[in-house]
Design a protein. Structure first.
Length: 249
């Protein structure tokens, strides 16, 4: 056994003392940290092909005639190239995100990131770097962590890609997206992100994988992707843990 394996084993055991393994969905007992109990696992609505190649939303059928875009991708194409998510944001996925983000269950990040790696395989294969959606400094101070960064870091590390949280900054405080209409969400995010002048050189010509916890309307990802492209990225893909299947009208 390598010394770092022993250290990792010790860290895992110490973590299990602080956070006894419990289901990431319902909180019931499980064997492994971050695992789901059989009932939550079977109710997690994993997103599987056929998918809209742009928004990553599940499609009802695959006619087998090449890529089929969702009506929304045709009528309202996003700024990012392709989005992928692990699960639809209902029941189990919502409970997981709430535990992680609002109940400080930061230990869930590793398991969630592992699932994101599987769903984002094709995006990771082409990405040059991984950038989390940043929080504005006051929000970061209040929450004490950026949930997107906690997911993006292990994704980048396991994929062997650079983790680049400083390539994108949130330069304006925005209202929480929850409770806003689709138009309100887009307006709320206008001008909220910028690539810092001193980081522009580092971004030129790179394909960015943007990471967040949830996509609802895509307004946050669009605003972030727009700023990254203005700042020099050649393209932006989006990877989130959950996707709201039927976002507000
Ligand atoms: O901008 P849309 O996709 O509507 O909403 C998703 C955002 O709203 C927040 O709660 C999430 O963390 C994410 O950043």
């Amino acid at each position: 056994m390598q010394p770092h394996d022993a250290l990792r084993g010790f860290a895992r055991a110490a973590l299990a003392l602080v956070y006894p393994p419990s289901c990431a969905g319902c909180g019931g007992a499980t064997m492994d940290p971050g695992a789901l109990c059989p009932s939550c696992w079977s109710s997690l609505r994993l997103i599987e092909a056929p998918l809209c190649p742009r928004y990553g939303t599940p499609l009802a059928l695959d006619p087998g005639i090449g890529p089929l875009y969702s009506p929304r991708a045709i009528a309202d194409p996003p700024v990012f190239d392709r989005a992928r998510a692990v699960a639809l944001y209902d029941d189990t996925a919502r409970r997981m995100v709430h535990r992680f983000k609002y109940e400080d269950r930061l230990d869930l990040a590793s398991a969630m990131a592992r699932m994101m790696m599987a769903s984002g395989r094709e995006l990771l294969a082409e990405a040059d770097c991984v950038v989390p959606v940043p929080l504005y400094r006051w929000r970061l101070w209040r929450r004490r962590f950026n949930q997107a960064a906690l997911l993006a870091r292990p994704v980048a590390r396991r994929a062997g890609l650079p983790f680049e949280p400083r390539l994108l900054a949130r330069v304006r405080a925005t209202r929480p997206q929850v409770g806003l209409s689709r138009a309100g969400r887009a307006e709320n995010l206008q001008g909220a992100f910028r690539v810092p002048q001193e980081r522009r050189a580092a971004l030129q010509g790179r394909r960015v994988l943007l990471v967040d916890d949830v996509t609802t309307t895509g307004a946050t990802a669009n605003a972030a992707a727009r700023a990254l492209i203005r700042g020099g990225a050649i393209a932006v893909d989006l990877l989130t843990f959950a996707l709201v299947a039927d976002p507000l009208g």
